[in-house]
Design a protein around this ligand. Structure first.
Ligand code: IDP
Ligand code: MG
Length: 157
């Protein structure tokens, strides 16, 4: 099954939204196959947010992500990257649709609760950035026949 990275950002840790966020993905039918709490540093954030390095507030975005530990999760499922991205919502919490995580819990562009990978290729790079291979667990759950039709239970790593 496809895998993607979700980061529960410092704002969500401080606002005690960890359980709420994890519950959403569990209830959707995605499988949690890696999770840990870590303190991010400038080096890993400079890599992770390299596409924003030209912005005048790049330093501020990184400081916000270092304000306290975060939780990094690996979620697996059919089309997991798109499914998680759609459940995340638009970057700007004020524009994100209600029902999405950002639409329900954020009124900010920067303080937008979670990060999720935006493409299958980036998901692979980002998972490798935050997890060692042995921290992603491969195991079967016994409810897959009720979550997917037979032809949807594809193994696309
Ligand atoms: P994404 O998280 O929706 O993929 P990106 O453009 O990749 O959005 O930006 C990464 C993160 O950087 C955002 O989630 C947000 O926290 C922050 N960010 C992006 N653009 C802005 C901005 O214009 N102002 C403040 N923070 C921003
Ligand atoms: Mg992004």
């Amino acid at each position: 099954m496809e895998k993607t990275l979700l980061i529960i950002k410092p704002g969500a840790i401080q606002r005690e939204l960890i359980g709420e966020i994890i519950t959403r993905f569990e209830r959707k039918g995605l499988q949690l196959c890696g999770i840990k709490m870590i303190q991010l540093d400038d080096k890993i954030l400079s890599e992770h947010y390299a596409h924003l390095s030209h912005l005048p507030f790049f330093g501020r975005i990184k400081r916000s992500m270092m304000a306290c530990p975060v939780i990094v999760c690996c979620w697996a499922g059919a089309d997991a990257v798109n499914v998680v991205r759609n459940m995340t919502g638009k970057t700007n919490g004020r524009e994100a649709v209600a029902g999405t995580i950002r639409g329900d819990f954020s009124v900010s562009v920067q303080e937008n609760i979670v990060h999720s990978s935006d493409s299958v290729e980036n998901a692979k790079t980002e998972l490798a950035r935050f997890f060692r291979p042995d921290e992603i667990l491969h195991f079967t759950t016994n409810n897959n026949n009720f979550i997917y039709a037979e032809d949807e239970q594809i193994s696309n790593v």
